[in-house]
Design a protein around this ligand. Structure first.
Ligand code: SAM
Length: 316
C-alpha cells in the first residue's frame, strides 16, 4: 500500500476528514503491515488517543516493531503493537477499548482477504461499540469482456510482480495489471458485491450470498469470453471531491484486476449490441478464506451457461 498513491491518498483523506470533527478515538488497525502506514497517518493527523496495531504475519510484525521503536516517544506511547490475529486479542481486557476500526484487508475481489468475517468477529468481540470504520464501503465491480490482449506495460508490471504474463486458455482466473479497456463490452461496470462495513457486519453472516444481474452488450459485435473483476472502495461516506474513492478498474492501483475466463479460447460466444449477459455471483464469506462461484450465460441460452468456482484470493 505504501507505494500505491491512489490507495494511500484515499485513506489519508478519510483520516483528514475525521480530524476535522475534532474528536479523538481509540483505533484498532487490523493488519497494520510492516510499515504501519495507517497507524502513522492516524497519529500524524492527531485523531488517535491510542492505536492498537495488530499484525498476524510474523515478519511484518517484527519489522513493525522496529519501526515503532524508532518513532518519537510521544508517538510510540500511543501505539500498542500486537503480533497476532485480531480475534486472538482479548479486547475486553484492554483499557481503553477500541471504538473505531481502520484496515486495508481488502482484496482484488473486495472480500477475498476475509475482511467480512474478520470485521464481523471483531465488532462482536467489542460488543458492537464501534462508532466508525475506515473504509466506509467496499465493493467488487464486474465488467463483461472479450479475451484481452496484453499490452507491453501490463506484461512488464506482471513480470515485476511475478504474476502470469500470459492469458489463460481455458476456463480460469488470473490477475492482470492495467488490463486493456478495449475488451469492455459495456460502458459501465456493475457491483457484484457491496458492503457498508459498519452496518453489514452487525448482521449474521450468510453461508450463501447470491447476487444476480444482467448486462446489455453495447459493442456492435464481439466475442465474449468472461469478466474483469476489480475492487471499488469508499474510505469515507463524504466523497464530494472524489478523493475518498479507489476504483480498481479505472485507476492503476497495485491490485491486479481479476480476469475470469468463463469460456475457453475456442468456445468464445459471439455477441452483438443489445444482447443480454446474465450473471449469478455466489459467495460464502463465513470463512476467512471465502469461496466464490460465478455463473453466466447469454440471452436465454441457459444450456450454454458456464460456471467457475474458486477459493480465496486465487492469485495466478
Ligand atoms: C494488504 S496488507 C495491508 C498492510 C498495511 N495495512 C499496509 O497498508 O501496508 C494486509 C495485512 O493484514 C494482515 N492481516 C490480515 N488479516 C488479519 C487479522 N485478522 N489480524 C491481523 N492481521 C491480519 C496480513 O498479514 C497483511 O499483512
Amino acid at each position: 500500500m505504501c507505494l500505491d498513491s491512489y490507495r494511500l491518498n484515499a485513506y489519508e483523506e478519510a483520516i483528514r476528514q475525521y480530524g476535522q470533527q475534532q474528536q479523538k478515538a481509540i483505533w484498532l488497525d487490523i493488519g497494520t503491515g510492516a510499515h504501519m502506514p495507517l497507524t502513522r497517518l492516524l497519529i500524524k493527523y492527531g485523531v488517535a488517543e491510542r492505536v492498537y496495531a495488530v499484525e498476524a504475519n510474523r515478519e511484518a510484525y517484527q519489522f513493525a516493531k522496529t519501526v515503532r521503536e524508532h518513532l518519537p516517544d510521544e508517538e510510540k506511547r500511543k501505539i500498542s503493537l500486537h503480533g497476532c490475529y485480531s480475534k486472538n486479542v482479548d479486547w475486553h481486557a484492554q483499557d481503553p477499548r477500541p471504538n473505531a476500526i481502520i484496515h486495508e484487508i481488502v482484496g482484488c475481489i473486495c472480500s477475498d482477504e476475509g475482511c467480512i468475517k474478520v470485521m464481523h468477529d471483531t465488532i462482536r468481540n467489542l460488543d458492537g461499540c464501534v462508532s466508525l470504520c475506515i473504509p466506509y464501503r467496499i465493493g467488487t465491480l464486474c465488467m463483461p469482456v472479450s479475451r484481452p490482449n496484453i499490452s507491453l506495460v501490463s506484461s512488464f508490471c506482471s513480470l515485476l510482480l511475478s504474476t502470469s504474463v500470459r492469458i489463460v486458455k481455458k476456463v480460469g482466473i488470473q490477475g492482470i495489471f492495467n488490463p486493456p479497456k478495449d475488451a469492455f463490452l459495456c460502458e459501465k461496470p456493475q457491483f457484484i458485491e457491496e458492503f457498508i462495513l459498519h452496518d453489514y457486519v452487525r448482521k449474521p453472516l450468510d453461508k450463501c450470498r447470491m447476487f444476480k444481474t444482467k448486462f446489455i452488450v453495447e459493442k456492435s459485435i464481439a466475442k465474449w469470453t468472461g469478466f474483469y473483476l476489480a475492487p471499488h472502495i469508499l474510505t469515507s461516506i463524504d466523497n464530494r471531491n472524489g478523493d475518498t474513492e479507489i476504483d480498481g478498474l479505472k485507476q492503476m492501483t497495485s491490485w491486479p484486476v481479476r480476469y475470469v475466463q468463463m469460456y475457453g479460447d475456442r468456445e468464445a460466444i459471439n455477441v452483438k449490441q443489445g444482447d443480454e449477459i446474465h450473471v449469478v455471483f455466489e459467495s460464502n464469506l463465513t470463512d476467512e478464506c471465502p469461496t466464490y462461484r460465478l455463473e453466466a450465460w447469454v440471452h436465454d441460452d441457459y444450456l450454454l451457461r458456464s460456471s467457475f468456482v474458486w477459493k480465496g484470493p486465487a492469485i495466478y
